[in-house]
Ligand binder design. Structure first.
Ligand SMILES: C[S@@+](CC[C@H](N)C(=O)[O-])C[C@H]1O[C@@H](n2cnc3c(N)ncnc32)[C@H](O)[C@@H]1O
Length: 236
């Protein structure tokens, strides 16, 4: 639980990087190979519970947000991303409400959602703890968090990937499964399960994992967050 040591501290990858990425993002090959397997896992997990108001953080071009709206007709979905390029594409798709915002400072009131989902985005957030605390804040008590991203098999791989990404000027950090669990719990959640998501070919070496957690109610959630804050070095 070493935020100062392991999280790429601000600034993270620049917004323009995602604006450029949005131009090729929806190519069917890119989507099928990379994103659909984790979207399938999230939609299946949402079906298993009540999912009324859903927030998709780092929604990109809105593929998952609009799919949730389509396949779970009772849901009301808000897609949030900090990239205007991604959000422009999302707006063409429709199906959800699109809001520009940073994961670490979500522009929503406390308790606004029953579920927060985020796929292939969390590793880009420069302050992962701040983002998790925000997810907890905007969730109603008992609301569910569904986070899917690569969780490397060892911390050495996480560190190596982080170093490489910094050298390219687009820093990210993939937590291991254990780190993911610790971070989510430290922000006031109870982790229900962590499922590996099958994805070929890269997924064999760098498997995506879906972490499903429940927001602890009132004081217990706040106590976990402040314990965590006391243990952390301040962000430089
Ligand atoms: C690889 S895309 C994933 C998009 C989508 N979740 C999906 O599964 O198709 C990562 C997204 O995270 C967004 N993102 C990165 N850092 C962010 C931040 N700090 N706040 C909000 N969005 C962010 C990027 O703009 C990009 O759209």
């Amino acid at each position: 639980m070493e935020r100062g040591k392991h999280d790429p501290t601000p600034p993270g990858a620049p917004r323009w990087f995602f604006d450029v990425w949005s131009l090729v993002y929806d190519l069917p090959l890119v989507q099928r190979a990379t994103y659909w397997p984790v979207h399938d896992a999230v939609v299946a997990a949402l079906r298993g519970g009540t999912c009324g108001r859903v927030l998709d953080v780092g929604c990109g071009t809105g593929q998952l947000s609009s799919r949730i709206r389509r396949e779970l007709p009772r849901s009301r979905v808000v897609g949030c991303d900090f990239s205007s390029g991604m959000l422009r594409r999302a707006a063409e798709r429709g199906g959800a409400v699109w809001v520009q915002g940073d994961a670490a400072r979500l522009p929503f009131a406390r308790g606004s959602f029953d579920a927060v989902v985020s796929t292939e985005a969390f590793h880009w957030f420069p302050d992962q703890h701040a983002a998790l605390v925000e997810f907890q804040r905007v969730l109603a008590p008992g609301g569910r968090l569904l986070l899917a991203l690569v969780n490397p098999p060892s911390q050495l791989v996480s560190e190596a990937a982080h170093l490489g990404s910094r050298l390219f000027g687009e820093p990210f950090y993939w937590p291991t499964m254990r780190q993911m669990r610790d971070r989510v719990e430290a922000a006031g959640f109870r982790v229900e399960r962590q499922d590996r998501v099958f994805r070929l070919p890269g997924g064999l070496l760098l498997p995506p994992v879906l972490t499903v957690a429940v927001a602890r109610k009132g004081r217990r959630g706040a106590a976990a967050r402040s314990r965590r804050r006391r243990r952390l070095a301040p962000t430089p």
